[in-house]
Design a protein around this ligand. Structure first.
Ligand code: NI
Ligand code: MN
Length: 226
């Protein structure tokens, strides 16, 4: 599985010939200085962890153009279905087998209201399991004991965790999360996009290293493969 960082909390997964976009916030990202063009993306699926603007800004536009299936919690799925878009609703603890692998919608501690005040259900994360790999996309979340459930049903090859603090876990809590999920290879996201979530990248990497873990931080449009 190839994972490309598209800035902030936006990811592109490529697996089994399918393209899966996660939490598209591209056109409004102040750090995306013409690096990624949202109009060049042709996803088969768009996964949405929660309804905040820095995760859904480009969902509607990309889904309209590409006919991609939006996968999210029930309330977010209905919000987009009512706009005539294709959706697959899920909810916490549920799994579904798609043509690229299995998704499980797992708990996140955060909030989830759309910019227009519409109900965005409860926030979540995704465990993506393909033929031979498994990754966890935490979404925006606090450190939570529920993370300990994940290694009970899968062995993770990579976890994508927020590390920007203030709205989500910071670096210290993400290191504890890495223990909870039993995965020492972490891709950090949700940092340095705007003022509240600025971190020292080198210090973050050092802290993970001191805990016996590896923190990957990718420039926008760079990839890693598991
Ligand atoms: Ni959020
Ligand atoms: Mn966010």
């Amino acid at each position: 599985m190839k994972i490309t960082f598209l800035g902030h909390a936006t990811l592109l997964l490529e697996v089994a010939g399918k393209s899966i976009l996660v939490d598209p916030f591209i056109s409004g990202n102040p750090k995306n200085t013409n690096i990624v063009d949202k109009d060049s993306l042709i996803p088969d699926y768009i996964l949405v962890t929660h309804a905040h603007q820095d995760h859904v800004l480009d969902v509607e536009d990309i889904a309209k153009r590409t006919n991609a299936i939006i996968v999210s919690n029930y309330e977010i799925a209905m919000y987009y279905e009512n706009k005539g878009l294709k959706v697959h609703p899920m909810n916490h603890g549920g799994s579904w087998s798609f043509d690229f692998g299995t998704l499980k919608y797992v708990n996140a501690i955060h909030t989830s209201t759309f910019e227009d005040g519409s109900n965005g259900g409860l926030p979540g994360g995704f465990v993506v399991t393909t033929k031979d790999k498994s990754i966890y996309i935490a979404g925006d979340t606090a450190l939570t004991m529920d993370m300990k459930l994940i290694p009970m049903f899968t062995t993770l090859d990579l976890a994508i965790l927020p590390i920007g603090d203030n709205f989500t876990m910071g670096v210290e809590d993400a290191i504890i999360a890495s223990d909870f999920i039993d995965c020492n290879t972490i891709l950090g996201y949700h940092f340095n996009t705007f003022g509240y979530i600025e971190i020292d990248k080198e210090l973050a990497k050092k802290k993970f290293k001191a805990a016996g873990k590896q923190l990957h931080l990718l420039p926008i449009s760079a990839s890693l493969t598991v």
